[in-house]
Write a protein of this length. Structure first.
Length: 327
């Protein structure tokens, strides 16, 4: 890309953000509408969609509120999957970072599912396709929200989404500008960090360890790449299960052998969309289950006996975790 074109793209991006970007208070609570149900009486569903070589994660609260984190690499892939599941509206969408394999299908999501909020960073990395997406966000009247230096909480019904504090921008590596998101429902927690690499993960570990630590499920960063997971990260997060979104036979060799070996060392089972297809997780806030999968993971003890087969007939029992109270 020429310097002239790069400058033009940044000018247009600045214009779009100036028109449409809205920064809500750090302690804002959106989609409150709680049903009054206790966690043990209702369930959170998280689906890591089989979207190809990219990410798209659908989160549905017990009250029927929905959030979509990323929309995969192709224009219509995510929208078709959502429609096949009977989804007619989305309350919130998140673009973890500005790479096409994460926002490629977001434009039709915005147009067809009419989300109320669009969460993305104001990273200076931009492309024509991303600028077009921002234009659609503005044209559709969607409220755009950016992460800040402090954690921000979103109440998706009875499910809390915490946007992690945003590390300083890395102008050379967009992966390190990924948004971090903790999904909390009762004692269940899942951590999503886009394609974050070592620099941003180290920053989170230093500045908000309580928000990344002790999570039931870890979505591997960067599709299982060796630069998306390391030993210090696993020791802090302490996941019972790792999930990875990637395409079968992808040219990147994801997930990398180093990542697989590391997970095996820490006895963390791995489920992959290239092998299992869409991965569906269900939690009642006290325990969790992998639906229609031969694998579920209990919290403790960490040994071979803790890996058990499960069916869609009830969650795998496990101790509750205490939700983070940081705002």
């Amino acid at each position: 890309m020429t310097a002239k074109l790069s400058h033009r793209l940044r000018v247009v991006a600045a214009f779009v953000f100036a028109v449409s970007w809205f920064v809500a208070p750090a302690d804002a609570q959106w989609f409150t509408g709680r049903s009054g149900s206790s966690p043990s009486q209702s369930k959170l569903t998280i689906e890591i969609l089989d979207i190809g070589q990219g990410d798209s994660i659908l989160i549905r609260s017990p009250e029927g509120k929905a959030a979509l984190v990323d929309a995969g690499p192709t224009r219509d892939g995510a929208a078709k999957l959502l429609k096949s599941k009977g989804i007619t509206s989305i309350d919130l969408v998140v673009v973890s970072h500005h790479h096409l394999d994460h926002h490629g299908g977001m434009e039709p999501i915005i147009r067809d599912f009419k989300p109320k909020y669009f969460v993305a960073t104001n990273s200076s990395h931009t492309t024509k396709s991303y600028l077009k997406l921002l234009q659609v966000v503005r044209d559709e009247g969607v409220t755009a929200v950016a992460p800040t230096a402090k954690p921000r909480k979103i109440e998706l019904g009875s499910v809390t989404l915490t946007i992690l504090p945003q590390p300083p921008e890395n102008t050379k590596e967009e992966n390190d500008n990924s948004i971090g998101l903790r999904v909390q429902y009762g004692g269940f927690a899942m951590l999503l960090t886009g394609d974050s690499e070592t620099r941003s993960r180290r920053w989170w570990m230093a500045h908000c360890p309580e928000l990344v630590g002790d999570c039931s499920i870890l979505k591997l960063a960067h599709h299982g790449s060796h630069n998306g997971t390391d030993a210090r990260w696993l020791e802090l997060v302490q996941p019972d299960l790792a999930v990875a979104s990637l395409a079968k036979g992808n040219s990147y060799g994801h997930p990398h052998s180093e990542t697989i070996a590391l997970l095996r060392k820490y006895k963390v089972p791995l489920l992959r969309t290239d092998q299992q297809g869409t991965i569906t997780l269900v939690s009642n806030g006290e325990s969790w289950n992998v639906v229609s999968s031969p694998l579920a993971r209990r919290r403790a003890p960490r040994d071979d006996a803790a890996v058990a087969a499960t069916r869609d007939d009830g969650p795998t029992r496990r101790p509750s975790r205490t939700p983070s109270r940081t705002r």
